[in-house]
Design a binder for this molecule. Structure first.
Ligand SMILES: C[S@@+](CC[C@H](N)C(=O)[O-])C[C@H]1O[C@@H](n2cnc3c(N)ncnc32)[C@H](O)[C@@H]1O
Length: 417
């Protein structure tokens, strides 16, 4: 099975044969961005136009979506076997290691399917490099369609990104995908047509998915993984109850003010003595389920909204202070790591100038977000330390610590330093 090279010179013929229409636009090389779409004559869309101006239409049969993959599997027995054996993979998380593991897993599973085994193991016409390429192609070229979800659309995937995009795409009731000129836009002949790959995508996501960071984008955020506290005896139960990998998202709003979101941090900071409990319930059919309780109320289904559940508690501000202290530790740690790699960075000679520039840009955006967040967290902590409940609580903890006869005094010591 050999994969041929498809020249762009063949695109017009291929488009005609396959029912793809380019309307007053064509594919052209764009400096520094590979290929892109440009206008062949001036394109105008007025605010009061009743119908949007279509620039490209792609028929449903050409779209690779989850539904399209299922349909193809109905027609092709070998592909059905492949899909049943290794299909429905989850998203690749940690690039190369995970991809290598995936590819090994794929080979192992295909050993029993002679058709695929020959291609992948005996003939070795598909290698790990193809798997890397496939992942990169999918990440950089797939897009979210309103009806079909994450899909690959030929020709539409030739359109580059801009945060001041002149076009957008939509999916008709018949499943045809159409690229439209945005209302109120004028594109002179020869100018590029662009879409917006996503306002909310963080710089890291842009770089890892598309290989570039839009310098004009105002999206400034960073997402970090959270881990339960090392000495937490309930760590495993908390992770299980939370049900998804816990994350901390730091994001600068349009006003430049940083905000943090980390629903799991409240679980990290609460314990049995606060009113958090776990119980294993056995059903009549013998199955067992872990249940989580807050103040004796079953909150198993609400682990994501812990902050709202504790809001009415008399020690809410103390819990909030614990959460802020934990977040500050994580932010400071990440900041130290980034500053260390920035100072001792010798990778400039190892990578191309474009890659080095992109990585430096990402690092400086992330350092900026972390520094601002640290400042805001410090302010939040200072405010909490002045709260009456917190002052009273800390005074009480202090006097218990000084009184050796007070039961459990040493265990209950809180560290908000
Ligand atoms: C969906 S493809 C767009 C078409 C692509 N330029 C081509 O030659 O096939 C996405 C890729 O185009 C490039 N690209 C798109 N917009 C860009 C931009 N604003 N700046 C730099 N590269 C861009 C990136 O390499 C990205 O991974």
């Amino acid at each position: 099975m050999r994969r041929g090279h498809f020249s762009l010179d063949d695109l017009p013929a291929w488009s005609t044969l396959n029912g793809v229409n380019f309307i007053n636009v064509k594919v052209s090389n764009i400096d520094g961005r590979g290929n892109g779409l440009i206008a062949t004559n001036e394109l105008v869309s007025r605010e009061d136009d009743l119908e949007p101006v279509a620039l490209l239409t792609v028929p449903r049969e050409l779209i690779i979506s989850a539904e399209g993959v299922e349909e193809y599997a109905k027609e092709n027995k070998s592909f059905r076997q492949l899909l049943d054996t290794v299909g429905h993979q989850s998203a690749v998380a940690a690039k190369l290691t995970a991809l290598t593991k995936e590819f090994d897993h794929l080979r192992e599973n295909l050993a029993n399917l002679p058709f695929w085994n020959e291609i992948i193991s005996i003939d070795e016409s598909i290698t790990i490099q193809d798997w890397f390429l496939l992942d990169a192609l999918f990440r950089s070229r797939s897009l979210g369609l309103p009806r079909s979800g994450e899909s690959m659309v030929p020709c539409l995937d030739l359109v580059n990104h801009s945060s001041q995009a002149t076009a957008y795409f939509d999916e008709s009731n018949e499943g045809e995908v159409v690229l439209y000129l945005r209302k109120g836009c004028v594109v002179p002949a020869g100018s590029e047509i662009t879409i917006d790959y996503g306002q909310d995508k963080s710089p890291a996501e842009m770089l890892f998915s598309y290989g570039f960071i839009d310098p004009s984008s105002s999206a400034r955020s960073i997402t970090l993984l959270l881990e339960p506290l090392e000495d937490d005896p309930l760590a495993i139960a908390k992770l299980h109850a939370f049900g998804e990998p816990p994350k901390l998202k730091l994001e600068e709003g349009k006003d430049g003010i940083p905000h943090w979101t980390a629903p799991f941090v409240y679980l990290m900071c609460l314990n049995e003595e606060d009113g958090l409990q776990f119980k294993v319930l056995q059903e009549t059919d013998g199955s067992r389920h872990l249940k989580m309780f807050w103040q004796d109320i079953d909150i198993t289904q609400a682990s994501n909204t812990m902050k709202d559940l504790i809001r009415d508690h008399e020690l809410y501000q103390v819990f909030e202070l614990r959460a802020v202290t934990v977040i500050m530790g994580i932010v400071q740690n990440q900041l130290d790591q980034l500053l260390n790699t920035q100072n001792g960075d010798s990778s400039a000679e190892l990578v191309t100038p474009e890659v080095y520039h992109a990585v430096s840009h990402l690092r400086s955006v992330e350092i900026g977000v972390l520094r601002k967040s640290m400042q805001a967290l410090n302010e939040q902590k200072d405010q909490l330390l002045q709260d009456d409940t917190v002052v009273e609580y800390l005074t009480m903890m202090g006097s218990e610590q000084n009184d050796p006869s007070a039961e459990g005094a040493a265990d209950e010591e809180e560290d908000f330093s």
